[in-house]
Write a protein that binds this ligand. Structure first.
Ligand code: ZN
Length: 892
């Protein structure tokens, strides 16, 4: 490999920007528009306030242009501001073109790249954050815009405007900014001033809006990625607000482990930026910056980390926060004992001694961080641009001579839509996909025409590899007796396992014959501007260009590669009035729900759903393979489904709600008070609890910690109602930790065998494990005999005296079931059940000890949730499962 240019640190002198220099006098200050200083105690600007201010800047200055880029989940118009010198903005298309060329460097020579880096401008993304209860970032963007637009005589600002095009996002979660401001404002001065908001700050998934970067299920993720694909910023800075206490800001370098496959130039630049920001903070007397604590970057699903796998320097910071805009005084006693001596540490050189902490302080820390980042980009503009080219070229070169050379995805899969769902997401993230035009032989296998190929000699190949390969989370324990190092998020996510798609890694070089048979995929692009400009909800299925995929509305089809990835045409064989649909195809459930809406009937027969009243058109749109049949089976009436929704919002409930909506299930969100009125059985056949801990279900927000209407949980009255519901024949479906609640509160003859184990003995860090399932049981219909399940904080079941029912899934009797991630102590789960159907009087409790709908990405296990939601009435009464599927291991 070529010698890489060294990045050198230099002192960056940052003045207090607005005050020391003349300002452009016609530019309104934030205060003159908002009526208060940014970051003032008890004041939060909503997204509308913020955009109102940006509009005024746009009108007053030729250095800022506000551009509409899409819509949010609540259909709110969404904007970015382009900030640079008027000359640069006049030429912005040329600079965007240069940015594109360097990001996608195939065919460029080093000399041409150098030339482009000299001519081009650094494009730097800075935003107002996406975790909306972390309030300072959104407030800071208004002031940053003002500093840049108004600071005419400031040489630092001049250098930035000359060399950098700033893509400033007032917020990357506009809905959340307004939801939080609207929640906080009326609570100021009441006992609930610092109460948590009883709903998510994103329509569905709240905090997991930063866990969706490679799956792109949320419209926000797709708008961000599409905008990034358009501009290809070389640096992206996403501010947050939850540092390890007592530090005032957490900065890179991150804690280990860092993501596999990131080009080292990205990590090195991020580390340099972290140190540069720390230094700039010290220059301004802003103490308490810390590094290398708590936050690892192992998981690539973070919006603020994934782009590193696309060779774009992307990082986050975490500035201190009390609650919203409420200030707080800390004494030395609030500081943890081991840091009370205020001893300077190498990476915490200016310990924070306590005192007042206000929103204004956080805003100023983030402003310093943003200015330092922009100053770096201005000073090292050429390098910033060239390094992106360099990293891309290195990746192309690497996979030209090293394996894997390609990934092959045959069209023949258990669910033919599954590989399409996987590939469209990769393509939207900038991965080029090819398709075989004729059959080829490689490594002893024959691949027919139509097989998809991801050639690895492409610039973003490391992203494909990271999500397709098996994760081996490093064992960083100091000794075998020590507790495992727990990942900040999860340990394993391998998409071929999660999607249950066969993906072949090709480790021999692709011959000319093979390359000759490959043709780049390209489809007809859908332009989504007309939609968001006409106030049409972009996440609506009414405008869905690809009804076969699980991401609703516009999105993947706006990318030419993704738009060209479509499943093989469906096939209806046989004769008869009804269609037998295999639940191995997730879209069968969409068809079933559609049939019910159109007055059709559904029966269950030998592992398939027999559906009448479904039009051929719907089956065609969903690319279903099905058999016409005259057979009939057990009636499955449309279930009346209740989905529990606590006032303490959890991401998993949001993902479950989102997924059920995408597959056309009709359901009602069940609130605590719904458990206290008339019998649940009058209104529901199936009640689903997403992954909740028992306390949240029973107690919710503590009395007094939230306004009375949001305090409390279902309580003992709710438990009684739930018990009566099941005893009278209802089905209760408990996902993951909710199983523990059901075992305990309904006194089920089941035990969670991993409940009392120490992490030294047993630990799974959010990983993929293999289980054997019983496909003869309706809840497991359509599953393969060996299935990949996502496990994290999951119970493992043994049955006790009096158990009636069936095991649905079990762990192997010996050896490790680990597929991807990290598992310590498999002997504690060997032979036990991973899911149970517990008969309880006339009803059923379905305990799922894994996460079948995890983050909307466990595509291969969605059907476990869907089948469970249809498991009621006659269908449930008849079910047995295979007699000899499981016998509990002897007590040990
Ligand atoms: Zn955050």
């Amino acid at each position: 490999m070529k010698k890489l240019p060294l990045l050198t640190l230099s002192l960056l002198w940052l003045a207090s920007i607005a005050s020391s220099f003349a300002v452009q006098s016609n530019v309104p200050t934030p205060e003159s528009v908002l009526g208060y200083q940014i970051g003032a105690d008890f004041k939060l600007a909503s997204y509308e306030d913020s955009i109102g201010y940006f509009r005024q800047l746009d009108a007053a200055s030729d250095r800022l242009q506000l551009v509409e880029i899409g819509r949010t989940s609540f259909n709110r118009p969404w904007y970015i501001a382009l900030i640079s010198s008027p000359e640069n903005l006049a030429n912005v298309e040329r600079y965007r073109e240069i940015s594109q060329k360097l990001a996608h460097p195939q065919g460029l020579t080093d000399e041409e790249a150098r030339q482009l880096a000299r001519e081009g401008k650094a494009i730097v993304h800075i935003d107002g954050g996406l975790h909306a209860s972390e309030v300072a970032p959104t407030q800071h963007t208004m002031e940053l815009a003002y500093d840049l637009v108004a600071g005419v005589d400031n040489p630092e600002i001049q250098a930035i405007l000359e060399n950098v095009i700033v893509l400033l996002w007032p917020s990357i979660n506009p809905d959340g900014q307004t939801l939080v401001a609207d929640w906080y404002e009326p609570n100021v001065g009441t006992p609930y001033e610092t109460s948590s908001m009883p709903w998510h700050y994103q329509k569905y998934v709240g905090h997991d809006n930063n866990r969706d970067a490679y799956t792109l299920n949320m419209i926000e993720s797709r708008v961000i990625e599409r905008t990034w694909r358009h501009w290809e910023p070389q640096i992206r800075y996403i501010p947050h607000q939850s540092p390890p206490f007592p530090s005032r800001i957490f900065l890179p370098p991150y804690a280990d482990p860092i993501a596999n496959r990131v080009h080292p130039l990205m990590s090195r630049t991020i580390n340099t930026l972290g140190m540069l920001i720390a230094q700039a903070l010290e220059e301004r007397g802003q103490v308490g910056a810390a590094h290398m604590e708590e936050f690892d970057v192992w998981y690539p699903g973070y919006v603020d980390h994934l782009p590193n796998l696309q060779n774009a320097v992307t990082f986050f910071t975490e500035t201190a926060l009390f609650e919203y805009a409420t200030p707080r005084f800390y004494t030395l006693r609030d500081i943890p004992e081991h840091r009370r001596d205020l001893r300077p540490e190498s990476l915490y050189s200016s310990p924070w001694p306590g005192g007042w902490w206000r929103l204004r302080d956080a805003v100023e820390y983030i402003l310093t961080s943003s200015h330092a980042t922009l100053g770096f980009a201005a000073k090292y503009k050429e390098r910033v641009l060239y390094n992106r080219y360099q990293a891309g070229q290195d990746t192309i070169r690497r996979y030209t001579s090293d394996p894997p050379y390609a990934y092959f995805l045959p069209q023949q899969q258990r669910d033919p839509v599954a590989p399409v769902e996987l590939l469209r997401r990769l393509a939207f993230n900038g991965i080029r996909v090819h398709q075989l035009q004729s059959s080829v032989n490689i490594e002893g296998n024959t691949y027919p025409p139509g097989t998809w190929v991801i050639p690895m000699n492409q610039e973003f190949a490391e992203l494909a590899r990271n999500v397709l390969e098996v994760q081996s989370y490093p064992d960083l324990r100091s000794s075998e007796e020590a507790p495992p190092l727990q990942p900040y998020d999860v340990a394993g996510w391998t998409l071929p396992y999660q999607f249950d798609v066969e993906v072949i890694e090709v480790t021999t070089p692709l011959s000319d014959d093979v390359r000759g048979a490959m043709k780049p995929v390209e489809g007809e692009v859908v332009d989504w501007r007309p939609f968001f400009q006409q106030n049409v909800d972009p996440a609506s299925r009414d405008i869905d260009a690809a009804p076969f995929d699980s991401a609703p509305g516009l999105g993947f089809d706006t990318d030419p590669v993704a738009a060209g990835i479509v499943p093989p045409v469906g096939e209806l064989t046989g004769s008869g009035v009804a269609l037998a649909l295999s639940p191995a195809q997730n879209n069968s459930f969409r068809a079933i729900n559609q049939a019910w809406r159109e007055g059709g009937r559904v029966q269950f027969h030998e592992g398939r759903y027999v559906v009448s009243g479904l039009s051929d058109q719907v089956a065609g749109e969903l690319h279903l393979r099905a058999e016409r049949t005259a057979a009939s089976g057990t009636a499955v009436s449309q279930p009346r489904i209740g989905l529990y929704r606590s006032w303490r919002p959890t991401e998993d409930e949001g993902w479950t709600r989102w997924l059920l909506e995408q597959y056309g299930f009709e359901f009602t969100s069940l609130r605590n008070t719904d458990f206290h009125s008339r019998p649940l059985g009058d209104r529901f056949d199936v009640i689903v609890f997403a992954d909740y801990d028992t306390r949240t279900i029973l107690q919710g927000f503590r009395e007094g910690s939230a306004p009375p209407q949001y305090a409390g949980g279902i309580g003992s009255r709710g438990v009684r109602a739930l018990r009566e519901f099941v005893e009278a024949g209802g089905t209760l479906v408990c996902l993951n930790r909710s199983s523990v609640f059901a075992i305990q509160e309904l006194n089920l003859p089941v035990k969670n065998v991993v409940a009392d184990l120490d992490t030294q003995d047993f630990y799974v860090g959010g990983s993929l494990l293999e289980v054997a399932v019983d496909p003869a049981h309706p809840v497991m219909a359509g599953m393969p005999a060996k299935a990949n399940v996502f496990v994290g904080q999951s119970p493992v079941f043994a049955t006790t005296e009096g158990f009636e029912g069936a095991a649905l899934a079990k762990y192997q009797e010996a050896g490790s079931p680990l597929l991807s991630g990290y598992l310590l102590g498999e002997e504690h789960i060997n032979g036990y059940a991973a899911a149970l159907d517990v008969r309880h009087a006339d009803g059923h409790v379905i305990l799922i000890g894994f996460r079948p709908q995890w983050r909307g990405q466990a595509f291969g296990t969605f059907r476990v949730l869907f089948n469970a939601a249809l498991f009621h009435g006659e269908n449930a009464a008849d079910s047995q499962g295979s007699k000899d599927f499981w016998s509990p291991p002897p007590e040990r």
